[in-house]
Design a protein around this ligand. Sequence first.
Ligand SMILES: [Zn+2]
Length: 77
Amino acid sequence: MRVIKPLYDARLGDLEQGDMIKVECACGRVELIPGYGLADRAKLPPFTPVLDLERRLRCRECDQRGKVVLSIQWQRD
Ligand SMILES: [Zn+2]
């Protein structure tokens, strides 16, 4: 059984195959991003807090940066 970290303590390197990051923008757009490998794709160190992405992500709908709220959908086994 995995140890599920609280959101504020979760790092990009904690995310495994099947874990999804849910991105909800103030404009209403919701997107699911695969968490596994995200550190590599975003060229960020694995100890980067997942919540750091909130101010980095740009919404594809309204093109605003830093308007999103993140949550993690952990893969349950
Ligand atoms: Zn938006």
